[in-house]
Every structure is written in C-alpha cells, then in structure tokens.
Write a protein that binds this ligand. Structure first.
Ligand code: PEP
Length: 256
C-alpha cells in the first residue's frame, strides 16, 4: 500500500447537459451504494454552468467537486472569466490548471498557469496542475526538457506548501483522448522525473505530492498504471462520463 492516498479526478471537459448529468450523478451514487470505495479521494470537474447542479447531487457521497479552469486575476473587468473566490463560494475543492487543451486552445503560458495556481491556492482550493509533452517533443527526445520547464514555472509557488492542496497530473498530449496510453513504465519514468525535479527545485512536500497520470485511462489499463510506485491515481477524461467506467477506475486505485 502506498503512503500517498490515491486521487482519481474526472475531467468532463465541455460535455453534458442537465439531463445527462443527472443520469451520470445517479449512476455514480448507485455505484457507491453498491460498494463503497475507501482509501481513494474522488473528484469530478463538470463545466462551470453545472457546478451548482453537481454540488447538489454530490451531497454526502464523499466525491469532491472540482472546476476545469480558474481566472488568473482576483476579480474585476475580465469578461467571461470565473474567479477562485467564486469557485470557493460554490464549494469547489479542486481546480484543474494548465490542461494541454487550455495551453493549446487558449494560449495559456507557463506564467499564466503559475498565476492561476497562485490564485486558487490563495482561496484554499486544491490545484491539479497539468504538465505534458507533445508527440513531436517526445520524438525529438525533449520530453524531460519540456516537463522540467513546466514544473520549474510552478515550483516557486509550490515550494513552501504542504501536499494537501497540490497535485500534479502528467498528461502526455499524445495520449489525451487518442486511445493511446503511455505504458506504465514510460509513465513511471516521467512521474519519477517530476518528483525528482520538484525536490531539486526545493518543493518541501515533493515526496508527499500526488502525481496523477492522465491520457486515455480506462478500467482495463488503470490497475497496471496505478500499481507503479510514483503514479498516485489518474485524471480521467472520456471514461469519466460513464458512471460505471469511472467508478471501476476508482476501484483500481483502491487496491494498490
Ligand atoms: C484529460 O483530458 O485530462 C484526459 C486525460 O482525457 P482522456 O482520458 O479522454 O484521454
């Protein structure tokens, strides 16, 4: 049994509506009623408009609420943005920052990701900070250089803090939504690299920080990934939209 409690978080991305969400929440509740899952922290991150609906449905399930993004600014004239204090107000325990889709589609730089991290932590919201290399970068032998740069941008903010509100998600871009998963050995190598880099950069809680793997995780491959020594759970996209699939992945994290 690992000393770090696993976390499995579902990133719903821009999917769902009131009716389909209700179906998903009912399924999550039913799965937990059939068999409770202990020893794993579970979170779901719906789109912003459904956070209130999720808060009401998750109620006493023990599943934590998260968001997929947060503004890099405290408040004010930022049309379309959602602040960390608003997320805290709505009961969000977690927020994802630096997802590769936001880095690519919204042009978020390492600096912007670091500001978002800082903003969330200032409002006592736990951060799931994503890092990952593209296929071209991996093939060019630059995976560690890219991940190292992404971690270095976040390390100064993380350095003095404890592990309870900081989570890293290693998500190779070539594995997200592609059905192509990193092998457990490749993922472990990168997770060990990330942990060593956190240590080198003076992050006090480096050994206690949970490092999740993300990228086409399914119930069929979760167990072997989660069994690796530095893989402390998963950030799950597509498979988090099907209650039984997501819960089966959570169960895989419970037995490592
Ligand atoms: C993600 O977007 O964070 C993700 C890991 O997606 P998927 O599981 O669908 O690859």
């Amino acid at each position: 049994m690992k000393s770090r409690k696993p976390l499995v978080a579902g990133n719903w991305k821009m999917n769902g509506d009131i009716v389909s969400n209700e179906h998903l929440f009912t399924g999550l509740r039913a799965a937990l009623e059939r068999t409770a899952i202990s020893q794993v922290d579970i979170a779901v991150c719906p789109p912003f408009p459904y956070i209130g609906q999720a808060a009401a449905w998750l109620g006493d399930t023990g599943i934590a609420l998260g968001a997929q993004n947060v503004a890099a600014f405290p408040n004010g004239a930022y049309t379309g943005e959602v602040s960390a204090s608003m997320l805290a107000d709505l009961g969000c325990r977690w927020v994802i920052v630096g997802h590769s889709e936001r880095r690519t589609l919204a042009g978020e730089t390492d600096g912007i990701v670091a500001s978002k991290l800082q903003m969330a932590l200032a409002h006592e919201i736990g951060v799931i900070a994503c890092v990952g290399e593209s296929l071209e970068e991996r093939e060019a032998g630059q995976a560690e250089a890219v991940i190292g740069r992404q971690i270095d941008a976040l390390a100064p903010v993380m350095a003095p803090l404890g592990a309870d509100r900081i989570v890293i998600a290693y998500e190779p871009v070539w594995a997200i939504g592609t059905g192509r998963t990193a092998s457990p050995e490749t993922a472990q190598e990168m997770h060990a690299f990330i942990r060593a880099r956190l240590r080198e950069r003076g992050v006090r809680a480096a050994d206690a920080i949970r490092i999740l793997y993300g990228g086409s995780v399914k119930a069929s491959n979760a167990a072997t990934l989660f069994a690796m020594p530095d893989i402390d759970g998963g950030l799950i996209g597509g498979a988090s939209l099907v209650a039984d699939d997501f819960m089966n992945i959570c169960r895989c994290a419970a037995v490592v």
